[in-house]
Design a protein around this ligand. Structure first.
Ligand SMILES: C[S@@+](CC[C@H](N)C(=O)[O-])C[C@H]1O[C@@H](n2cnc3c(N)ncnc32)[C@H](O)[C@@H]1O
Length: 214
């Protein structure tokens, strides 16, 4: 990566999850992610950030790969039980067939070569392993906000490029299972569960699309 867009954000990265809206959103995302979790011993999270998911996911061997030293340092401090490795999705420093599960959660938005990153994720999966990919859906109201912030130079969005679920399926083929979450908009008013249902009825795409591939 040229300049690290996450460097100034690392220490406060999880602070938004403490706000009422942030807590609702992250809980909805966790429900969607847990619904797709495959069994297995070993998990690699590519672009593991501060280790928010690594800390919570129930695998015996957890490895976090992260290119941002600032994020990696926070992650290593918060999730010392995981193994942390500096590296990039496009060139994973692991032998083939190393992991039961590989997770990329809102990371493809920031990688330079999405196809290479997905090919690498598949290379390091064991033959019966599962690839879990979560994206910030390009056609959701949240991506509209983040795109605008990016145009104004706000980090990390200034360096993001968004995918739709159709883009992801074009790259990976049809998923064996999928989930969608967070239908409310960024300016939703509480109660958030009602706003989320209203967003769903209104036809909003969920901010999070998650798929599982073999
Ligand atoms: C939005 S954060 C998500 C972090 C974590 N997956 C989570 O959900 O909490 C995106 C992360 O992807 C990382 N990233 C950016 N470019 C990357 C690349 N080429 N390979 C791997 N990770 C990358 C960033 O440093 C950042 O930590």
């Amino acid at each position: 990566m040229g300049k690290d867009p996450f460097a100034p954000l690392a220490e406060a990265y999880e602070a938004w999850y403490e706000t009422p809206l942030g807590a609702f959103v992250i809980a909805e995302e966790e429900k969607a992610l847990r619904a797709l979790l495959p069994p297995g011993e070993s998990l690699l999270e590519v672009g593991a950030g501060t280790g928010y998911w690594l800390k919570r996911l129930p695998y015996a061997r957890k490895v976090g790969l992260e290119p941002s030293l600032a994020m990696l340092q926070v992650g290593r401090r918060r999730v010392p039980e995981a193994t942390w490795v500096e590296g990039r999705a496009e060139a994973l420093p692991f032998p083939g067939q190393s992991f039961d599960v590989v997770l990329l959660f809102t990371v493809l938005e920031f990688v330079e070569d999405v196809e290479k990153a997905l090919a690498e994720a598949r290379r390091v999966l064991k033959p019966e392993g599962s690839l879990l990919v979560g994206i910030l859906e390009a056609l959701s109201p949240w991506a509209a906000l983040y795109r605008r912030l990016g145009e104004k130079g706000v980090l990390p969005w200034a360096q993001a490029h968004f995918l739709t679920r159709e883009d992801l399926k074009d790259l990976l083929g049809p998923p064996e299972a999928e989930e969608e979450a967070v239908f409310l908009a960024p300016e939703a008013k509480p109660p958030f569960p009602e706003a989320d249902q209203a967003g769903l009825r209104a036809g909003n795409r969920g901010a999070l699309y998650l798929g599982r591939w073999r």
